[in-house]
Design a binder for this molecule. Structure first.
Ligand SMILES: [Zn+2]
Length: 395
């Protein structure tokens, strides 16, 4: 944890780290919002906001995108209408100033001081926890523990987390760049929602950074709600496919969703994979089930499959173009593949597409098709997505 050296309030510190915070933010205009109201919310002047967006008039329409220039104060003027704010905790970094912290959360510096009057009596110290408020929990600070692996450098770790090397050093004041050892722990503070997920390593030996929890998705039932963390891409793909089935067949039952990954990935019993946010277990659609769904994985060779809905699901996941598909593999027991294959063939799906999709009828050991046999997959589908192109450390 951060040591407690005297804090140096260097102007250069402020400008350096502000550089990493000062991204132009884009907001979408909601019905009834005026330019004045938006300017006030972000601490911009009207001309500032108009210039940044090339606006000649003050009129706005709902849905319009506005860029908030980074030089707006991001602080609420005293007469601003109250916003819903979230109470958060901020852990002070080495060399961090009250101004920086206030700017980060869009707070008035006086309000920040008032909220933390007792703690600040002894001065601002690294590692100390301050009470802060923000209108957007995307600015919430999250603490990630990272274990150094062979081949890591400060630079490669900084890139992995999307922070600067300087900020990484501020977060770990006791670590010397030339003395990093495999197995050492580093602490990384990241902003909340704004950070994209990253799949790291292999599905059989990997982890997940800034994963997204698959939850509250219409038409689903979660078998294991706490181990349903995936990459943003995994969650988006799964949501999209389920929504597509429901658009075409609104009466389907809720689909049972099993394990994806743990919050930070890693070993998840009883699986070999599911370690890096790019694997998911999902049920089949069955006939004659209540709308709330079967609430378990049912054997597709025993309980009547809804072949049409299950076909829609797998084709929404795999897609129509081989060169654009994000699915690496899908594991489905061979006898279930047979049922789906024969149904699709009868419905006139081209054989070329079926040969791309299915291992069937080439045998349960054939190295062919996106959909492969796995003995324990008579009652569910295991999807393995390809590495998201942005995740450089995904294998
Ligand atoms: Zn699985």
């Amino acid at each position: 944890m951060p040591s407690t050296p005297r804090l140096t309030l260097l102007a250069v510190t402020l400008s350096l780290s502000w550089g990493t915070l000062a991204r132009a933010e884009t907001v979408t205009v909601r019905r009834g919002e005026t330019l004045t109201k938006i300017a006030r919310r972000y601490g911009c002047t009207l001309p500032q906001l108009k210039d940044a967006n090339g606006l000649k008039k003050d009129a706005l329409r709902a849905g319009q995108k506005l860029e908030i220039p980074p030089d707006c104060k991001h602080a609420l003027p005293d007469d601003a209408p109250p916003l819903k704010v979230k109470k958060l905790t901020h852990e002070v970094l080495v060399d961090e100033t009250l101004e920086e912290i206030a700017l980060r959360y869009g707070m008035q510096i006086d309000a920040l001081k008032a909220k933390n009057a007792a703690a600040l009596k002894r001065g601002l110290k690294p590692g100390m926890k301050l009470k802060v408020e923000a209108a957007d929990d995307g600015r919430a600070q999250r603490k990630i523990a990272y274990t150094i692996e062979s081949g890591d450098t400060l630079g490669s770790i900084a890139r992995k987390f999307g922070v600067s090397v300087r900020d990484l050093q501020r977060m770990n004041p006791k670590k010397k760049a030339d003395r990093l050892r495999v197995g050492d722990k580093l602490v990384v503070y990241k902003e909340g929602r704004s950070s994209p997920s990253q799949s790291v390593g292999r599905p059989q030996a990997g982890r997940l950074i800034d994963g997204e929890l698959f939850k509250d998705v219409p038409g689903t039932w979660m078998k294991s709600p706490t181990t349903a963390w995936g990459t943003n891409e995994t969650v988006r793909a799964l949501k999209g496919a389920i929504a597509e089935v429901r658009r075409k067949m609104p009466k389907v039952h809720d689909l049972t969703i099993g394990d994806i990954s743990r919050k930070e990935g890693g070993f998840l019993a009883p699986h070999k994979s599911h370690q890096s946010g790019i694997d998911a277990d999902i049920g089949f659609y069955h006939r004659g089930q209540p709308k709330i769904g079967p609430r378990a994985f049912l054997d597709g060779t025993v309980v009547g499959l809804d072949l049409e809905a299950t076909w829609l699901l797998i084709s929404a996941l795999i897609g129509d173009r081989e060169d654009a598909s994000n699915v690496e593999y899908m594991f489905i027991g061979y006898p279930v593949q047979e049922k789906l294959y024969k149904w699709a063939l009868e419905k006139g799906i081209p054989e070329s597409k079926l040969a791309w999709y299915f291992q069937y009828p080439k045998g349960s050991r054939a190295m062919s098709g996106v959909i492969r046999h796995e003995p324990s997959h008579m009652n569910h589908i295991h999807i393995r997505w390809k590495c998201p192109p942005s995740d450089k450390n995904c294998l």
